[in-house]
Each structure stands twice: as structure tokens, then as C-alpha cells.
Design a protein around this ligand. Structure first.
Ligand code: ADP
Ligand code: MG
Length: 683
């Protein structure tokens, strides 16, 4: 007997060889086999007369041979060949190096042959290596819809199908339905046993669709419920630090501008959380330049005034350094002590920083990942802010908050994400949105051009520099290889010396540089000592140089739109008119549409919706940006409707029975408890 937990080696037909291949697909148990869903299906219910076969389409023909197949040898290969006939005509069937194929066919017996008709070199029709199936006892073809699995070399579809069938047959009675009956009824979902059978061996198209809906719902529902439980866990019974609502006047007196209405609203939500006695877990979403940092500063001020330390964590050293500068500048007059902690610090500097952090001399700690290392001991953290959260995972966030006595957590992101997806990515957080920009911002004029315009672009940059402005030129990353990346920006900058820009001060910045090198270049750029900064995407997040008015982006098609939007946000930060020029020779329809979106709107949410539509969520978030859970069957774009249902079902459930104590929810609780933070949320 096989059960869900049986190792695959217990399954009939799985020896050491196949076990190894299955392992490559992360399949080690019988349960994993059942949870390995097809990526597509082949409809084998219809048959095609031989005379009507179309080239390169998988078809089913019902035919018989007049004589047994013959094996012959041809330049080291065994060729098995036979001619088969139906009422409409005949065709030759061939196998290479499968001499045993000969035994599958008896003369005068009808079989189903499943394969693609191709045209051989001398334009003769043939079917290569078809699958051969016997007809039913009544002599008719019992064609099915057949699953096609994502597999690796060494495993054939046929073997995997057979294995699934064997396993399903044996574990059938073990399949329990952990979706509560009420939810199944309300959303008209099929049972789990039906779903598993029909996703693998669909009776017909309708059953297959029902099965898929059920499994997609299940997957998204489990994910969403886990996130909600995590959220309840984070806030739930645990008491948060109740901060006092002390006067913000000193802060607003020194802030060089007044908050926008949107900043005020979001700040009130944050202050409300911090003074509530519960733990804050809040995401602040706001377009590039909407002023998230200033809101973070105000929140830090509350913590410091209440005698706690605040931590601000940024995804890159460059950004951390920049935040450090702006925090220092603002808070110095108030006697608040800011410390920078990054991996790039020298041993002595680091030791001093760590001392100041543990003694409490540091009021606000700005840093990178270095902040969450074990060595770092805080005196008393009251607030943890992570900037550009999409680069940090749930786990890192958790580590950080565990370092203190349940500090408040504020997460900031400029990636505009449609609300439904935000719930998946940040389902454990409350969400605030800064939905307007500070006044006086100018629209950034954006153009999409091909490389034929390069000299003109350089002329334009030259003119802007002559007016006293500065420019960025961004080179796309060709490979995920910092060395190659560094060489390509260096080469590009070298090339600029042979253009009209030759006399200008050109500097290069890339990911392979040491952090102090990067730092000094950014400082020089910020001070206006550099005219043109040739860069990789290291400057993507948060860099603030208001005097820069032009950004040219080479190979613009290689970037995600959300990323282009972030990059573009580096200009238009001052009072001068700014420009963004997207350079691309790519002529594909999708590229054209995507770049058109960039030139026609500056609304980050609109841009991300379009990108999501055109490229799907995987590409949208990019391979390097973590945060999206890995899903087995749901497609976050295509299944948006099911996602909405699953989210509302999860929300209802958690408000009715937050601890899942109701008997109807017992199986669900077991299922959820089995999942760990890492694999259920996949972040
Ligand atoms: P974000 O992090 O949201 O991209 P920042 O916080 O870096 O944006 O703010 C961008 C720029 O706008 C900074 O120079 C900041 O000083 C300025 N800024 C922020 N809020 C306001 C405001 N209410 N009025 C005027 N300028 C502001
Ligand atoms: Mg920012």
C-alpha cells in the first residue's frame, strides 16, 4: 500500500534511476506526485483521417498495418518502419532506436497512433515515434484528454502519467477535503478527490475546468489564510509598545516643507498605530518622490521622543548612506543622534557603531542588511522601518522585529502594486497609500527612440549641462554578472569621450564597486562635480539629486516598467523641467506597447497594471526581486477573479473563527499547521 508520505521508490515502476530524475523536480513522496500538476493537456478524444492530417499537429489516427513492422539498420541506428492504413489513405510510421516498438503492432489489428505528421526530406508524409494504444474491447477508441507535465530529461510523459495513475488509484481513499464545506458550497467548488482526479485524468473539458478552479482557489485560499494568521500572530495577543502622543511641533518646525494631505493622512495612521498599544505592522505605498522618507522621519521622531531607538533599513549601501545624510541633516538641530551601520564599514567604525547602538547613544540607526546580523544588539528598539520592502522577505522582517521587544514595524515601498496583489505580497500588513505628490512637481517628458537618435540625445544632454544641469545614462544589465556589468558601463563611458560630451565630467558607478567608492561618486554627483553619471541599476532606488534633469536609458526594453518608472523618478526632483529618453531598437509589439505606456503616463499604478497585463506577474516582479510566493497552479494574473474570492473567503473565515477552533475547520487547521513560514508563503 502506498500513502501520501510513501517515498517514490515504493511506487511500482519507480527504480533508482527514475527516483533520481523525480528528485530533480523536487518530487520525493507519492503526495508530491499527486501535487505535480499538468502544465497543459492534449485532447485525444478526436481522431483524424490519415488523408486530412496536418503537419506538426499532434493527432490521433485509427489505422492498421497489413504486415508486421520491419527493423533495419542505418548508419548505426535501428529504424523500425511500417505502413498503416485507414479508409482515407495510408502513411508510413517510423521509430528510431526503439527496436522493441516492433512488438507493439500486429498485422491486421486496428490501433490508435498518437503523434505528429511530419514531411520527410523527400517530402513524404510520415509519423515519427507515435504512441500506440489498443482500442477498447468493442473496437472503438476511448480517447481521453491527456495531461502534459512539466518534466525534466530522463522522464517521459508516458511514464509520469502512468505513475500518477498508479498513485491516485492507491491513495484515493486517503484524500481528505480540508476546505470547509461551507466555503465549498458558497463558492461552488468541487471536492478535493474529484479535483485531483480530474486535474490529472480529466473526464472531459468541463471536469478539467472545475478541477482547476477548485485547486487554484485552494492554493490562493491557503496562502491568504496563512498570511492572515501570520498577521494575527504578529499583532494578536502580544502587546505592542504604547507610545505617548507627544508634540510634533519641534519636528514640523524644522522640516523645510509642510506635509501634503496624503502625507498627513498616512502619518496619522502611523501615529494611531504607535500609540494604540498594539504592534504596528504597516505598509506605506507611495509613488517615487511622494515623500515616504519624510513620513518615516516623523515616525522615527515619535519613537525617539518616547525614549526608544528607531531603525531604518535600506536595500543598498548607497541608499542607506543617503538616508543617513538626510536624517542627520534634519535631526541634528534637535540633538538626535544618527548612526550608520552597513557591511562596508571598516572594523573600527563598525565596532564604534555597535557600541553606540547597544549603549543607547544612537537614537536612530540607518543601515543595510548589516542591521539584522546577530552581532547587533540594540538598547531598546521601538520602531523598525524597512525601505523598498520588495527586496526584503517576511523572514528578514521577522528577524528584525524579534531583536526588540515587539517593536512597531513600518514598511515602505515605491513599487506600485494593484491592491489584490499587494494583499498577497503583504497580506500580513495594514496598507497606507500616499497617493499624491508634493506640489510643484513637473511632468517628466518621456520619449522612446531608437539608437539612430543617439548623437542627438548626446547633443541634448550637452545643452542641458551647458545650462548647469546634470544627466544620468543607464545601461541595462546584460547578464547577472557584476564583472561583465562593470566592464560594459566602463566601456560605454569610454565611448562618450569620442562624442560631443568629451569635455564633460563623466563618472561611472556599478555594483562591483566598494561602497565607499560608490559613496564618494554619488557625493560628487550630488555636489555637482560630475556632469554625467553612467550607471547600472544601482541607482534605481531612492537616489535624490534635484539638479539632474536628463535620464537616458539604453536597452530600455530589458527593464520592467515598474523599474523604468523608478529609474525615471531620479529626475524631475527639482524645479527644472526634466526629461527621460528610452532608447531601444527592439521592434516587438510588446516592447512598443510597454514603452508607449511609459511615454503616455507617469501614474505608477497605471504603469504597473499595464506591465502586469503584458508580461504576467513573474516577469513583472523580475527574477531578482523576491516576494512573490511560488505557486503550483494559480496564475496571479489570469486567476485574479478567483484570487478575489479566495481573499474574501479567507477574511470571512478568520473573522468568524480566528483560532480555527470550529470543528468544521479542523482539517484546514491541520493542513495550515503543516506549512512552515518559508514554504507556505514562499518568500
Ligand atoms: P520617496 O522616498 O517617496 O521616493 P522622498 O521622501 O525621497 O520620496 O522625497 C522626494 C523629495 O521630495 C525629497 O527631496 C523630499 O525632501 C521632498 N519632499 C517630500 N515631501 C515633501 C513635501 N510635502 N513638500 C515638498 N517637498 C517634499
Ligand atoms: Mg524613498
Amino acid at each position: 500500500m502506498i500513502s501520501f508520505d510513501s517515498p517514490v521508490s515504493d511506487i511500482k515502476g519507480i527504480g533508482a534511476g527514475r527516483e533520481k530524475y523525480l528528485k530533480k523536480l523536487n518530487i520525493t513522496t507519492a503526495g508530491d506526485i499527486v501535487n505535480h500538476y499538468p502544465r497543459d493537456y492534449e485532447d485525444r478524444t478526436r481522431t483524424t483521417p490519415i488523408a486530412e492530417l496536418l503537419p506538426d499537429e499532434v493527432s490521433v489516427i485509427i489505422a492498421s498495418a497489413k504486415e508486421e513492422p520491419k527493423n533495419s539498420h542505418f548508419s548505426g541506428m535501428t529504424v523500425t518502419k511500417v505502413r498503416v492504413y485507414d479508409d482515407s489513405g495510408s502513411i508510413s510510421v517510423v521509430w528510431y532506436n526503439q527496436p522493441y516498438a516492433k512488438n507493439n503492432i500486429k498485422a491486421g489489428v486496428m490501433y490508435a497512433f498518437i503523434g505528429k505528421m511530419t514531411l520527410s526530406r523527400n517530402n513524404r508524409r510520415e509519423i515519427q515515434a507515435p504512441e500506440v494504444e489498443k482500442l477498447g474491447e468493442d473496437g472503438t477508441w476511448q480517447g481521453r484528454i491527456v495531461p502534459i507535465y512539466p518534466l525534466c530529461a530522463g522522464l517521459s510523459q508516458k511514464v509520469f502519467r502512468k505513475t500518477v495513475e498508479t498513485v491516485l488509484g492507491e491513495v484515493e481513499n486517503e484524500i481528505t477535503d480540508f476546505l470547509p464545506f461551507g466555503i465549498r458550497r458558497k463558492y461552488m467548488l468541487s471536492g478535493r478527490k474529484f479535483a485531483l482526479k480530474n486535474i490529472h485524468m480529466p473526464e472531459n473539458e468541463q471536469c478539467c475546468a472545475l478541477a482547476r478552479t477548485r485547486l487554484v482557489f485552494e492554493e490562493l485560499f491557503i496562502l491568504q489564510t496563512s498570511l492572515l494568521r501570520l498577521k494575527a500572530d504578529n499583532t494578536g495577543d502580544k502587546k505592542g509598545i504604547r507610545m505617548k502622543n507627544s508634540s510634533m511641533k519641534p519636528f514640523f518646525d524644522i522640516l523645510p516643507f509642510s506635509f501634503t494631505d496624503a502625507q498627513n493622512r498616512v502619518f496619522r495612521e502611523i501615529a494611531g498605530d504607535m500609540t494604540s498599544g498594539k504592534i504596528m505592522n504597516r505598509l506605506v505605498q507611495g509613488d517615487v518622490g511622494s515623500g515616504k522618507t519624510a513620513v518615516a522621519m516623523a515616525a522615527s521622531y515619535i519613537a525617539v521622543k518616547n525614549g526608544y531607538q528607531a531603525v531604518m533599513m535600506a536595500p543598498t549601501e548607497v541608499l542607506a548612506a543617503q538616508h543617513f545624510d538626510s536624517f542627520t541633516e534634519l535631526f541634528k538641530p534637535l540633538g538626535i543622534n544618527i548612526i550608520l551601520l552597513t557591511g562596508g564599514l571598516k572594523a573600527k567604525g563598525k565596532r564604534e557603531a555597535l557600541e553606540k547602538i547597544s549603549s543607547g547613544e544612537a537614537d536612530i540607526i540607518v543601515g543595510t542588511h548589516a542591521v539584522i546580523q546577530d552581532k547587533v544588539e540594540f538598547k531598546n528598539i521601538g520602531l523598525v522601518i524597512t525601505d523598498e520592502q520588495h527586496r526584503f522577505g517576511v523572514r528578514q522582517r521577522k528577524t528584525l522585529s524579534e531583536k526588540g521587544n515587539n517593536p512597531h514595524v513600518l514598511v515602505m515601498t515605491a513599487t506600485p502594486i494593484p491592491r489584490t496583489l499587494a494583499l498577497i505580497l503583504y497580506g500580513d500588513l495594514d496598507i497606507s497609500i500616499i497617493d499624491s505628490l508634493p506640489p510643484g512637481r513637473q511632468k517628466i517628458d518621456t520619449f522612446a527612440v531608437n539608437t539612430g537618435y543617439r548623437q542627438r540625445i548626446y547633443n541634448f544632454i550637452e545643452k542641458e549641462i551647458a545650462k548647469g544641469r546634470q544627466a544620468y545614462i543607464i545601461c541595462a544589465m546584460v547578464e547577472e554578472n557584476e564583472k561583465v556589468e562593470a566592464e560594459s558601463v566602463l566601456e560605454y563611458a569610454q565611448g562618450l569621450k569620442e562624442t560631443i560630451l568629451e569635455k564633460r565630467n563623466i563618472a561611472v558607478i556599478h555594483g562591483k564597486m566598494k561602497s565607499d567608492e560608490k559613496d564618494s561618486i554619488l557625493k560628487a554627483f550630488s555636489a555637482g562635480d560630475i556632469d554625467i553619471l553612467v550607471s547600472t541599476t544601482v541607482i534605481e532606488v531612492g537616489i535624490n539629486v534635484p539638479n539632474a534633469t536628463v535620464m537616458a536609458i539604453e536597452n530600455a526594453e530589458r527593464f520592467g516598467l515598474a523599474q523604468l518608472h523608478q529609474l525615471r523618478g531620479r529626475v524631475g526632483r527639482g524645479s527644472d523641467k526634466s526629461y527621460c529618453i528610452l532608447i531601444s531598437d527592439n521592434k516587438s509589439e510588446i516592447t512598443r506597447k510597454r514603452l508607449k505606456t511609459m511615454t503616455s503616463t507617469t501614474d505608477g499604478f497605471k504603469i504597473s497594471e499595464t506591465d502586469l497585463k503584458l508580461r504576467g506577474p513573474g516577469e513583472f516582479f523580475g527574477t531578482r526581486q523576491h516576494g512573490l510566493p511560488s505557486l503550483k497552479i494559480a496564475n496571479l494574473y489570469r486567476d485574479m477573479d478567483i484570487l478575489k474570492y479566495a481573499q474574501s473567503a479567507a477574511a470571512d473565515l478568520m473573522s468568524e473563527d480566528p483560532n480555527l477552533e470550529n470543528e468544521d475547520n479542523f482539517d484546514l487547521k491541520i493542513e495550515l499547521d503543516k506549512l512552515t513560514l518559508t514554504d507556505n508563503i514562499g518568500i
